[in-house]
Design a protein around this ligand. Sequence first.
Ligand SMILES: NC(=O)c1ccc[n+]([C@@H]2O[C@H](COP(=O)([O-])OP(=O)(O)OC[C@H]3O[C@@H](n4cnc5c(N)ncnc54)[C@H](O)[C@@H]3O)[C@@H](O)[C@H]2O)c1
Length: 339
Amino acid sequence: MQNHTILITGANGEIGHGLIAHLSQQRGTKIVAMDLQSLDPSLQRLCDRTYTGDILDSGLLQTLSTGHDFDTIYHLAALLSTRSERQPTLAHRVNVDGTLNLLEIAVTQSRQQGRVVKFIYPSSIAVYGLPDTATKAKAGRVAESAWCQPRTMYGINKLYCEQLGLYYSSHYRQLDADTPKGMVDFRGLRFPGLISATTLPSGGTSDFAPEMLHYAAQGKPYPCFAREDTRIPFMAMPDAITALLTLQDAPRARLSRQVYNVTSFSPSAKEIYERVVESFPRAKVSFEPDRKRQAILDSWPQDTDDSAARKDWGWKPAYDMEKAFSKYLIPAVSQRRAT
Ligand SMILES: NC(=O)c1ccc[n+]([C@@H]2O[C@H](COP(=O)([O-])OP(=O)(O)OC[C@H]3O[C@@H](n4cnc5c(N)ncnc54)[C@H](O)[C@@H]3O)[C@@H](O)[C@H]2O)c1
């Protein structure tokens, strides 16, 4: 079987953990992983090479690019929404300049190898911005082209990087006489909040859902920073990994767009609490909304329309809310608690 070399940035994060576990099971796939933090030892043995360093370090990126021939780049490294709001200039550097650096690597690689390099980019529902809760309720399931007026640095960074990806795919150096088109095959997914059974998020604004669950499993009281009626979409981590891998494999001709919504279930914070209590009856959750983080949640859609992904490349989540809790989250967090 032909070897397929994949670069994963931000490999030590929540998505990186799930993605590496899956990709390492594919025969013929070589994983090159990099992250600012040294990679979790359980992941290191699944990778061919690991690098610890910054996506803003051009020397490191050059080492990566000269040392490997990448077929696909999963660019996961980022500062998430809450952290980005606290350090907006750093967020801009990491999220935008970092992505630009990786897109340049993709171009260099495709020239070196004389073939298309795929660039898979996890975007977010943070690209949307609804002005108030009444508009949010009325908007319902938001399509990719609607309400792209983000109010956070993170959302702005993500929306702009989607556009950068489209530029590198179709218009890169368009005035040059001999620039071949389509050398970077950019594909983006706008994820909702992700809930993993094995890792705890940090620095995101959708973190209240996974935190509620993990605190309950650990028997710790949880002051929830969201109002009970807060409703945004979520997805179980295995579905997020499936979405990334399925989009990566989809034939280009089947894709009517380059950035897709994907979603699964859309409970209120209270409904999440009720489901957590069903499994952990002693869970102590108090709703103590943080006015400023709440305003960000209120600007995100209550649901997204992922019909384009369903139609073009057969996207379908395996986990609805009940199955996510009963078959994935509760068994795994309970087992972790027991060990
Ligand atoms: N988790 C979610 O709910 C969610 C939702 C939508 C989109 N996303 C996107 O998916 C991607 C991965 O998210 P995640 O949940 O794994 O986040 P995470 O915070 O768990 O992981 C991000 C990783 O990036 C690394 N990193 C940060 N700055 C870096 C730098 N300068 N150089 C190298 N590495 C750096 C961090 O060390 C971390 O390991 C991000 O782009 C995020 O915006 C996540």
